[in-house]
Design a protein around this ligand. Structure first.
Ligand SMILES: [Zn+2]
Length: 42
């Protein structure tokens, strides 16, 4: 199960939790650390 968490800082698409513990944008395939998303969530 994957839930949308936060948004990509690059393209604005929603991020999905990755199996490795970080987050991935399915639109541009960028990866984000969880702390990075929380600190920048607006
Ligand atoms: Zn993106």
């Amino acid at each position: 199960m994957r839930y949308p968490i936060g948004r990509c800082h690059h393209c604005g698409e929603r991020l999905y939790e990755h199996i490795e513990g970080d987050y991935q944008c399915l639109n541009c395939n960028r990866r984000y650390e969880s702390l990075e998303i929380e600190s920048r969530a607006a």
